[in-house]
Ligand binder design. Structure first.
Ligand code: FAD
Length: 406
């Protein structure tokens, strides 16, 4: 390990990996990526990896559209002929009942089209042709994105890490950043971040990018920065994903479905082995410590999702639970990420708070963050994601309220 780098990135999830790759693609900088475990051992490895452009926050749509281009041609985008992201172009359906959500859905579709998204309102009969398993009697509005789908989060992250390594990035797995290394008291740069401390000692850095998601507060606290930790305004929650098996196999090309008719804004998509994967989007259990996440799927949740999926797809009535897993969300007050230099802490760049919807944006975010770090104008302005927005009460709230579909 060298004693100093231009950029040290803490966190080898999809965000840290994408930032590392893009920095290496765009510059000759010396770059190191650290993960406390293996690459992709955090939230990314638990992700459902659904890709859709349906957002009401314009910059989220812009970032997702750029990312979609990458998922569609991952090898070309990374300049490597042996990487995979596992993109399945199944399309994406979003369903709303009557009332306010139906109007917002129509407005959002128009807004996304204005930004270049291929998305449109369709009739229920058309939706049934696209997805014959659906029962849509209670549905008032349907949006359709033919270009969207889902990918493989582990393959995607490994793809970025492979491509980053080949461009000279030093990747250290099983090497936690134990503390941010601060310039010592007395000088004009006291309190600036000038590196990180790892079990192998201090590693100096021109800039540290913190991309450790749910663990962000802990690193600040361990670095003696409890006020900074509070200012992150980050909370963590535990989310359960269930898979169900029906009487006949659920095809891998069936569209992803987002169901706004139910309070928990359920989503579902094909899983491996002909099962359907179901998640609740916004409903999770608060978690004090992301390292103390129990794996259990509560019986009431299983029964609720079983009933919901059976009501939406009668072929899944009484379906059997085949698998479940849990993963952490790092949630900010407006359910949108924080991207930018840490206020009052020169030398530190923050990239956290992806609030359960960061996978689909990670390719473009990595590029835009890298461009900003290198002093270039980013493809998409990251100003709306500035850390100061909570203090300024300039929240980035979406049309459906705070949640992962903002
Ligand atoms: C159940 C679930 C379903 C989801 N579904 C979707 C979806 O369908 N679509 C979508 O777009 N998004 C989805 N998401 C959200 C998306 O997966 C995340 O927003 C995204 O993966 C976050 O990536 P990250 O790199 O910021 O964080 P992480 O993947 O959590 O990476 C952080 C990394 O930092 C490492 N780390 C922690 N502490 C340290 C330290 N001190 N030093 C070094 N390394 C450290 C961890 O080991 C980890 O690898 C889902 C998330 C979950 C949990």
């Amino acid at each position: 390990m060298k004693s100093g780098y231009d950029f040290v990135i803490a966190g080898g999830g999809v965000v840290g990996a994408s930032v590392a790759f893009h920095l290496a693609q765009l510059s000759d900088a010396l770059i190191a990526l650290f993960d406390r475990g293996e690459v992709c051992s955090g939230g990314t490895g638990r992700s459902c990896a659904i890709i859709r452009s349906h957002y009401s926050v314009a910059s989220n749509t812009a970032l997702t559209l750029r990312s979609l281009d990458v998922f569609r041609d991952f090898r070309e985008a990374l300049g490597e002929d042996d990487v995979e992201c596992g993109f399945v172009n199944s399309g994406y359906l979003i369903l709303s009942g009557p009332g306010a959500f139906a109007d917002r859905l129509a407005d959002n579709l128009a807004r996304q089209r204005a930004l270049g998204a291929d998305t449109s309102p369709i009739r229920r009969a058309e939706a049934r042709e696209l997805h014959p398993w659906l029962e849509l009697g209670d549905v008032a509005a349907v949006g359709w994105e033919p270009a969207s789908g889902y990918a493989d989060p582990v393959a995607t992250t490994n793809g970025y890490v492979t491509a980053a390594r080949r461009r000279g990035v030093a990747v250290f797995e099983n090497t936690p950043v134990e503390r941010l290394h601060l310039a010592s008291n007395g000088g004009p740069s006291a309190g600036h971040v000038i590196g990180v401390t790892t079990p192998d000692g201090v590693v100096e850095a021109g800039c540290v990018v913190s991309a450790i998601g749910p663990w962000t507060r802990g690193l600040h606290a361990d670095s003696g920065l409890s006020d900074d930790a509070e200012a992150l305004r980050l909370r963590v929650s535990r989310h359960v994903v269930l898979t169900f098996g029906g009487a006949s196999p659920y095809g891998s090309e069936l569209p992803v479905v987002k169901d706004l008719t139910v309070d928990n804004k359920m989503y579902f998509r094909p899983a491996v082995g002909g099962d359907v994967l179901v998640g609740t989007g916004d409903f999770g259990d608060p978690l004090e410590d992301p390292d103390r996440m129990t794996a259990a799927a509560p019986g009431e949740l299983v029964s609720l999702q079983q009933a919901q999926i059976g009501a939406r797809m009668p072929a899944f009535e009484g379906a059997r639970l085949t698998d479940s897993w849990v993963g952490p969300y790092d949630i900010t007050p407006d359910w949108n990420p924080v991207l930018g230099p840490a206020p009052g802490r020169p030398g530190l760049y923050l990239a956290y708070g992806f609030s359960g919807h960061g996978f689909k944006m990670a390719p473009a975010i990595g590029r835009c963050v890298a461009q900003s770090l290198l002093g270039e104008a980013p493809d998409v302005d990251l100003e709306p994601y500035r850390p100061e927005r909570f203090e300024e009460k300039a929240l980035l709230l979406g049309a459906y309220g705070a949640g992962s579909i903002s």
